[in-house]
Design a protein around this ligand. Structure first.
Ligand code: TXA
Ligand code: MG
Length: 307
């Protein structure tokens, strides 16, 4: 149920007191904390079991707040104007380094910022009045939660409050673009490569350099069961995640072959596959165009192929 203004105010008060809040966004659920409070941020790393060299995203209500935490150049202004609020994160030189504490930035002199579009996220950011870190609310390495129940099952024990925003519309984490030297795509997402390149020109790939793209190191988004990709038919003991007409229900990511629907279903279907009693998960081929790039990125990591 949509939180009342009173519940939003209580959640903001919990954040001011150094507590953590499970927060819906249009991409996935996040585990939020005051970005300037190092002790609260430390609790986020602990709750996720996340290595503290992997920095967090500062979520802001609007561009004006973002400009206080990061230095925007013309390219950053253009991308924010086009896609905020929305599923795009910009990695920029850090400005006010106190508003987003050192631990949140993993000691880097850069900061990741995003203004989320979900009305509940906007309400909480407005009520809190400053930047909030909010990594996906899963335990580190696991699929991101796309429902309140999944988020609570992952990290609810550490949260002082949990806000319901319904099922996440997009279902995959935000696109991450670094604008430090050449524009670089650190994580594909719902804002596609083509949409970004139309505004800032060709995107370089993420570097293997861990200091620039720390989140790309680990096996990630992984269910408990092993995952086999591009499976044109299931083998003995496998549960089959289909895509398009002709694949069995109910675990067809999109019977109509719609990439947006498949993205929205991906993480909850991986969780359902884990619970199905099968020995392994086979996933049908997904086209690599548009949003398919982000879906295939998450699937390769779920299967343990990083890169
Ligand atoms: O959609 C999303 O972005 C969700 C929702 C909750 O907003 N949040 C999310 O946060 O996915 P998280 O912490 O799970 O992923 C943040 C990613 C990681 O890959 C991290 O390495 C990268 O952003 N990142 C954060 N700060 C960075 C920085 N200064 N330089 C390079 N990468 C950075
Ligand atoms: Mg994450």
């Amino acid at each position: 149920m949509t939180p009342t203004p009173h519940q939003i105010e209580e959640a903001a008060a919990a954040l001011r007191a150094g507590g953590l809040v499970i927060l819906p966004t249009e991409t996935v659920y996040g585990l939020a904390a005051d970005a300037g409070d190092a002790r609260a941020v430390a609790r986020v790393y602990e709750a996720k079991g996340r290595p503290s060299f992997n920095p967090l995203i500062a979520h802001v209500a609007d561009l004006a707040t973002a400009r206080r935490v990061a230095r925007f150049d013309g390219r950053a202004e253009a991308l924010a104007a086009a896609f905020w609020p929305g599923p795009l994160t910009l990695v920029l030189p850090a400005a006010d380094t106190a508003a987003v504490c050192d631990l949140a930035r993993a000691g880097l002199d850069t900061v990741a910022v995003r203004s989320p579009g979900h009305p509940v996220a906007q309400a909480l950011l407005g009520s809190f009045g400053g930047p909030l870190v909010a990594p996906s609310a899963n335990r580190s390495g696991r699929p991101s939660p796309t429902t309140l129940a999944d988020a609570v099952a992952e990290t609810g024990a550490a949260a002082a409050a949990a806000l319901d925003g319904g099922a996440c519309r997009i279902g995959l984490e935000s696109t991450v673009v670094a604008l430090l030297d050449r524009p670089r795509l650190l994580r594909p997402g719902a804002v596609t490569r083509a949409e970004i390149e139309a505004l800032v020109g060709p995107l370089a790939e993420a570097e293997a350099d861990a200091r620039r793209s720390p989140g790309r190191l680990a096996r990630h988004y992984a269910p408990d069961l092993p995952v086999r990709l591009n499976a044109t038919e299931p083998r003995d003991g496998e549960v089959w995640l289909g895509f398009g007409p002709g694949f069995p229900q109910p675990l067809n990511l999109s019977p109509a072959g719609d990439l947006a629907e498949a993205a929205a279903n991906l993480f909850s279907f991986l969780r359902a596959a884990d619970a199905s009693g099968a020995r392994a998960i086979a996933v049908a081929p997904i086209p690599d165009t548009g949003l398919g790039e982000a879906i295939n990125d998450r699937l390769r990591r779920a299967a343990g192929f990083v890169g």
